[in-house]
Design a protein around this ligand. Sequence first.
Ligand SMILES: [Zn+2]
Ligand SMILES: [Zn+2]
Length: 364
Amino acid sequence: MQHPNTASPSGNAVSADNRHQTGSDDTGVDAGHNQNHHRGKAERDEWLFAPDLPIGNNPLFEWPLNARRILTYYRDYWLTVSEVSIFFVLAVAGWFALRGVLEGAAVLSAGWVLAVWALNLAVVLVFAGGFHLFFYQLRAQGTDLKYVPQFGHRGGSRFTFGSQVRDNMFWSLASGVSVWTGYLVFLLWAHAQGWTPAITVTAQPVTFIVVALFTGPWIAFHFYWGHRFLHVGPLYRHVHSLHHRNVNIGPWSGISMHPIEHVIYFSSMLIHLVVPSHPVLIMFHGYMLSLSAIFGHTGFHEMMIGNRARVAVGHFHHQLHHRYFECNYGSVDFPLDVWFGTFHDGTPEARRRLKSRLGPRWQR
Ligand SMILES: [Zn+2]
Ligand SMILES: [Zn+2]
């Protein structure tokens, strides 16, 4: 779950010291063709690129409320080419594309279920496949705006099918798309049955907008609790470790999870059983889970199109989680990490706090 206040284009490129990078036993270190050797602040030396620090959180949850900051946050979130605006347009387009087959959604039939599954599969292939091709195969951006110098993991002893990309594609497509489609089909079917509180855009436009606006914070709230739970003992070892095989993440790592984690992760969509909803909002919620994770695991802060246009893609907040593991369980959209003392804002002070919190468990 990306937010533009973590995505400032003014972040500095820094040296590739990488002394804190874990998993280096099988990493494919690539110096990149466009390395910036400028040495910035010492605290940033652990990243090839870091955004302006500290990372901020959604100002909606800060007291006293600052109307200007909140409006800026939501303007940047919704009224720019950002992942959230892309997903919303996609949800509207997807609903129009499926509208014909969804007219029969009150009866579960292979036709419309397969159409929903095929659309989900297609968007994951387009976004994860497209980012992988652009950033990792063509190396179209070199290491510009890349958090770490590595381009994934070489060697495959820890991965299914012996390779990170094949492993990540398998768990994303076979399990991720299936579980997501399962929830979506169930909710669209329940909606067609009249079991969910349905709204229309014309009759309840304000409700529609409010539900859309609060989708991100709700996902952040739900993700935090599910994710903290997944870091407990056996659940971590048997379930969540599959996702954390990826220390050097890539777009295909986003929804590369164990099926049990998929069931937990996508269950945030069930809120549409009680919250006033429209099929567009349900589909948007699904994209905010699946595609946002793909954007957030690209490992690049922004995608550069030509020399000027940039689209925020990476989630530095979550990149910190993949490096330090026991921090940043949620996202910047709902500050539970701040409230429960698990927030790492990217600064050396936060790193020291984490080190003292972990005590002997600190391994770096
Ligand atoms: Zn992750
Ligand atoms: Zn985790």
